[in-house]
Design a protein around this ligand. Structure first.
Ligand code: SAH
Length: 222
């Protein structure tokens, strides 16, 4: 394995240990780390910033959007407790990188992207890399993707002030959702917390607040 990539994986492991008090996940699962090791992040970046693929940072992918920080991709994926038969929904396809990580771990991935050009290029990129179980849809992610609901897990890659009601509806019983929610404002901008939700048998939600994060906003209304 490329040395810079091995170093990035070590950083992810260290980040998980350092943030365990907030996340409850000192060690990420072997399956998640294997997916992180396998998917080439470099293939999801615009040509001019490919040299930065190995940085544990979010990076610009055009249209004012970003590919998430690798540690956050790994953590959110881990928090979803995925099993190989799961069907998963992602909101905010962006580059398609997170979709590819999910596709390594589950049977079927649906991902909804608001920006048509990003949806098109993510779909093209994933097809070229051989991902046949990822379906990128252009649309308003706050409405989820009803055709293929319910989902065992939902990952939202953009921040909103609420938990979008359609997404709660499209989550199966015992389904898990991980999303950044806006908690207020600081001088650095909006302040968000990563939230994990589990939909209980009686339709109530079990909620766990994890660490502070910084995502682009989930745009628009239901
Ligand atoms: N998961 C992506 C990173 C996504 S960044 C990756 O791995 O590259 C957040 C994405 O959410 C952006 O592409 C943005 O266009 C998209 N987005 C913002 N609001 C949205 C909405 N309401 N519905 C669907 N996608 C949305």
């Amino acid at each position: 394995m490329e040395a810079r990539w091995a170093h990035l994986l070590q950083e992810i492991t260290a980040n998980a240990r350092e943030t365990a008090a907030y996340t409850g996940r000192p060690v990420l699962s072997e399956r998640v780390m294997a997916a992180m090791a396998k998917v080439p992040r470099i293939a999801f970046l615009p040509d001019d910033i490919r040299v930065d693929a190995y940085l544990n940072q979010p990076l610009p992918i055009g249209y004012g959007q970003t590919i998430s920080q690798p540690f956050i991709v790994a953590l959110m994926t881990d928090l979803l407790d995925l099993t190989p038969t799961d069907k998963v929904l992602e909101i905010g396809s962006g580059s398609g990188y997170q979709s590819a990580i999910l596709a390594e771990l589950v049977a079927e991935v649906h991902s909804v992207e608001l920006v048509a050009d990003l949806a098109k290029s993510a779909a093209r990129r994933l097809a070229k890399l051989g991902y046949r179980t990822v379906h990128i849809h252009h649309g308003q992610g706050r409405r989820g993707w009803l055709q293929d609901a319910p989902y065992a897990a939902i990952l939202v890659a953009a921040a909103s002030p609420d938990i979008p009601p359609h997404l709660i509806e499209q989550l199966s019983v015992d389904g898990r959702m991980v999303l950044p929610v806006e908690e207020g404002y600081r001088d650095t901008g909006t302040y968000q917390k990563l939230l994990k939700i589990v939909k209980q048998r009686d339709n109530t939600l079990k909620q766990q607040h994890c660490l502070s994060v910084a995502f682009v906003p989930l745009v628009g209304r239901d």
